[in-house]
Design a protein around this ligand. Structure first.
Ligand code: 4NP
Length: 152
């Protein structure tokens, strides 16, 4: 059975599609399944934000085939690890959990880099290219650490 990892943000068009594409590129697809979802439903079935597609492409990753979907409570059962981008996503998901097992699956992705610091991946939706470069770098570093932890 593959280990299943879900990346979650608000819209599932900027941050979590990048996190999905980056982590996928660092893990063996024979052993891992990586997906992403948004807490909101505004961008269901939409492709990632063009700025996320562009920054991914610059780093050799194609995320253009991804399509947005909303987080569903069955994801707590279907995934082994759920990484959220910010504290607001964390609060939204914890409100939907039913037990300790579900709560323990949900983690802030940047705690992989900055342990217990509860740092956000800033929402770049109203930002510029620099903001997308910044989140790419943060997610790439976090996913390197996660891929090493998960593969051991
Ligand atoms: P994301 O960014 O959560 O990183 O996908 C956002 C995308 C869309 C919206 C907010 C954040 N929105 O309000 O539509």
């Amino acid at each position: 059975m593959k280990t299943k990892i879900l990346m979650v943000c608000l819209g599932n068009i900027c941050r979590s599609p990048l996190a999905e594409g980056i982590l996928k590129s660092k893990l063996d697809p024979n052993y891992f399944f990586v997906d992403s979802a948004g807490t909101g439903d505004w961008h269901v079935n939409q492709a990632p934000d063009p700025r996320s597609i562009t920054i991914a492409k610059k780093h050799g990753l194609d995320i253009s085939e991804q399509r947005g979907r909303q987080f569903r409570t069955s994801d707590f059962k279907d995934f082994d690890h759920i990484f959220v981008m910010d504290n607001s996503n964390l609060k939204d998901l914890l409100l939907l959990t039913k037990n300790k097992e579900e709560r323990e699956k949900v983690k802030l992705i940047l705690n992989a880099l900055f342990e217990n610091e509860n740092v956000d991946v800033p929402d770049p939706y109203y930002g510029n290219e620099d903001d997308f470069n910044h989140i790419f770098k943060l997610l790439d570093e976090a996913c390197t650490v996660l891929s090493e932890k998960l593969s051991n």
